[in-house]
Design a protein. Structure first.
Length: 135
């Protein structure tokens, strides 16, 4: 039996569009966006967000990755909406604060409950929103 997909309300879709617009503005002002992989970056670009994307590299330590932002005022943390993404976001935010870098988790924190059950990762966000807008 196929699972029923809960579609977004018009209000939820407007909230998501607003969040993406705010994120896009910050990114265009030079605030880096941290994502887990290339597919996440492509999805955000497909949603019209441009700017400095930084992918979490499996080659370097996560601590070294976070330290590479020590000259930034802030960073947007947009890891996936699953348990691993939660842990990554917490770790990055904690260590960014220690470096005096403002961790911006608002977008992830507000998107996650809006798309729960329908989207588990950032890369799925663009496809999901495209389908929602077409309905």
């Amino acid at each position: 039996m196929k699972e029923v997909i809960h579609l977004l309300t018009e209000e939820a879709l407007e909230q998501i569009d607003g969040l993406l617009s705010e994120m896009s503005k910050l990114a265009s002002e030079g605030v880096p966006i941290i994502v887990e992989g290339m597919a996440d970056e492509k999805a955000l670009k497909a949603l019209g967000i441009s700017g400095c994307f930084r992918r979490i590299s499996s080659g370097n330590s996560l601590l070294n990755f976070v330290e590479s932002f020590s000259n930034s005022k802030g960073i947007i943390i947009l890891t996936d909406f699953d348990r691993t993404g939660d842990e990554l976001a917490k770790f990055i935010a904690k260590h960014a604060k220690r470096l005096g870098v403002e961790p911006i988790t608002e977008f992830r924190d507000r998107l996650k409950p809006l798309v729960r059950r329908n989207v588990k990762d950032v890369e799925g966000l663009a496809k999901f929103l495209q389908k929602e807008r077409e309905r």
